[in-house]
Ligand binder design. Structure first.
Ligand SMILES: Nc1ncnc2c1ncn2[C@@H]1O[C@H](COP(=O)(O)OP(=O)(O)O)[C@@H](O)[C@H]1O
Ligand SMILES: [Mg+2]
Length: 236
């Protein structure tokens, strides 16, 4: 049984249907990446999985619970965290306050939860009392991820963690996510930096115009000439 099971999911905005019946699964302990052209509906899919927009048809199960129609806070309680692509930190709050927000469903936040995040991202411990708005893009991304980890999630949903990072930091970010997975949190990631992301992933899905186009082990997708031509480009 998967940690995340998305079945025939249909969603969109207003009258506009964007995702037309997508199927996707993340197994226990897996790191799975969704790639695809700009505007394919990757972020929309993820928002709908996390209950930020309604699921029109189909369903979502997380860790054995049917969460279709759940609100984001209810989904957080089931054990999933979501790190949005943009505006994923509170710039006027300190690092520690941002982490505290990540654990908003807990009445009391244990020191242990902060400690585990600081262990994973030592720079955040050093800067724990600094306002996040003054930090670099890479460090902000660590804050966003750290906040998501405060509830010790079974599933982490991350939308474009490498967006806006200097090229030499991209691999490092994927490496960190890989380590999160090794410590027992299953990962669903959306990435524009497709080639590099797939190298770190167990499996990948290609989403095109709101539909499943391809899926398979990361290596297989990287080796497919068709996918290379259509979705990966030459560089990278
Ligand atoms: N809040 C919104 N309201 C209306 N349309 C939106 C909204 N967000 C995204 N869209 C549209 O949905 C489509 C898919 O967008 P998105 O899911 O962000 O794609 P991706 O993440 O794959 O680049 C695009 O056509 C986009 O313009
Ligand atoms: Mg997107």
């Amino acid at each position: 049984m998967g940690i995340l099971e998305v079945s025939d999911l249909v969603t969109g905005y207003g009258e506009a249907e964007i995702v037309h019946g997508v199927n996707l699964e993340v197994g226990s302990g897996e790191m799975v990446t969704v790639i695809g052209p700009n505007g394919a509906g990757k972020s929309t899919l993820m928002k709908s999985v996390f209950g930020l927009i309604d699921c029109w048809e189909g369903g979502v199960r997380i860790d054995g619970t049917d969460v279709t129609g759940y609100r984001p806070d209810e989904i957080t309680r089931v054990g999933a965290s979501y790190v949005p692509q943009r505006e994923n930190v509170f710039p006027n709050l300190t690092v520690r306050e941002n982490l505290e927000m990540g654990a908003y469903i807990d009445e009391e936040v244990s020191e242990n939860a902060y400690g585990e995040v600081y262990e994973r991202f030592p720079i955040l411990k050093e800067r724990r009392n600094q306002k996040v708005g003054r930090m670099s893009g890479g460090q902000r991304q660590m804050v966003a991820m750290g906040a998501g980890l405060m509830i010790d999630p079974v599933l982490l949903l991350v939308d474009e963690p490498s967006a806006g990072l200097a090229p030499d930091l991209v691999g490092e970010m994927f490496e960190r996510i890989r380590r999160i997975r090794e410590d027992g949190t299953s990962i669903l990631m959306v990435e524009q930096n497709a080639r590099q992301a797939l190298r770190y992933s167990d499996r990948g899905y290609v989403l095109d115009q709101g539909e499943n186009a391809f899926e398979g082990p990361g290596e297989d997708l990287l080796e497919s000439e068709e996918i290379e031509e259509m979705y990966l480009g030459r560089a990278g």
